[in-house]
Design a protein around this ligand. Structure first.
Ligand code: AHG
Ligand code: MN
Ligand code: MN
Ligand code: MN
Length: 318
């Protein structure tokens, strides 16, 4: 089952979409391939961010199905020329984990999709929507260096709102093949994932949670720590193995580091669709209503029971 056929099947559930959605998704997949090949050509890190953004935007615009694009790399949203417009808004982080490029550790592209209401002129309010209004979200993960593009392992994980499916690039076909159908995150995990170097600045509930991971009070075994520093890689492992990923608020960054529209929302959407949870420290992440396109939020996401525990600690604080 290729991703193209998978998306066509999904789409037959929504006959009114007239094929636009699968055309858009095909162009997102193409954009991911372009980003990966740009990364492989191995220019400087700074230029690679810019280059990835350019190729991804070109792939989206050439679909003829987009109207508003929000990228981590651009201060302002891009409004597609009226003649080349469609009804979809795409929010994305073209190259996530850029600090890992030079040492060959996994990086990726994250995306989320909204739709403009029929017959409306697109405005920024079409993307300043809670994450639960997304139609689809996903990411593609690439190894950041190797013996050339043909050797690269790409994993593409996608949800169109009815579960989560994982695809792997078959280099001999150049096609993504369904390898992880119906991904469900384990209800409880054995791994926590956080930049513990920030611990000096954490708030009470986060500090207490991590302490409990290491010194459990209920006789259970301590959790293992895994932290790559590429959100795509840390979330991918969390989805498959279970556990929790945290990027909390701290005294230096009261809103955390990760951006709501193109990091927090897509990953939270996938987690919920896989049976897990995503929490901001105050509320369900997908209920957040962003007021700025580059807004940040603390985020705790992963296995249902593990997120339930951190929720209890924050709720007890109030
Ligand atoms: P980006 O490379 O798009 O700027 O994002 C980096 C993000 C994310 O991938 C990761 O989870 C986080 O930064 C790691 O941050 P720390 O280095 O502060 O742990
Ligand atoms: Mn990022
Ligand atoms: Mn980025
Ligand atoms: Mn960046």
């Amino acid at each position: 089952m290729t991703i193209t056929r998978f998306v066509l099947n999904e789409q037959s559930k929504y006959p009114e979409s007239l094929g636009d959605f699968s055309i858009l998704l095909n162009h997102i997949v193409l954009g991911c391939k372009f980003v990966c090949s740009a990364v492989n050509k191995g220019e400087e890190q700074k230029k690679l961010d810019v280059l990835s953004n350019e190729v991804f935007i070109k792939a989206l615009v050439s679909s003829g199905r987009t109207c508003i694009l929000v990228s981590e790399e651009d201060d302002e949203a891009t409004f597609v020329e009226p003649s080349g417009r469609g009804r979809y808004c795409v929010v994305f982080d073209p190259l996530d984990g850029s600090s890992n490029i030079d040492c060959g550790v996994s990086i990726g592209t994250i995306f989320g999709i909204y739709m403009v209401k029929d017959g409306h002129e697109p405005t920024l309010n079409d993307v300043l929507q809670p994450g639960k209004n997304m139609l689809a979200a996903g990411y593609c993960m690439y190894g950041s260096s190797c013996m050339g593009a043909m050797m690269m392992v790409h994993e593409l994980v996608l949800s169109t709102g009815s579960g989560v499916n994982g695809f792997s690039l078959d280099p001999s076909l150049g096609e993504f093949i369904l390898t992880h159908p119906e991904i469900k995150i384990p209800k409880k995990g054995k791994i926590y994932s956080v930049n513990e170097g920030n611990a000096i600045n954490w708030d009470g509930p986060t500090a207490k949670y991590v302490e409990k991971c290491k010194f459990p009070e209920d006789g259970s075994s301590a959790k293992s720590l895994r932290y790559v520093g590429s959100m795509v890689a840390d979330v991918h492992r969390t989805l498959l193995y279970g556990g929790i990923f945290l990027y909390p608020a701290d005294r230096k960054s009261p809103n955390g580091k990760l951006r709501v529209l193109y990091e927090v929302f897509p990953m939270s959407f996938l987690m919920e669709q896989a049976g897990g949870q995503a929490f901001t420290g105050k509320q369900r992440a997908l209920d957040l209503v962003p007021t700025k396109i580059h807004e940040r939020s603390p985020i705790f996401l992963g296995s249902y029971d593990d997120v339930e525990e951190i929720k209890a600690l924050y709720n007890a604080e109030e």
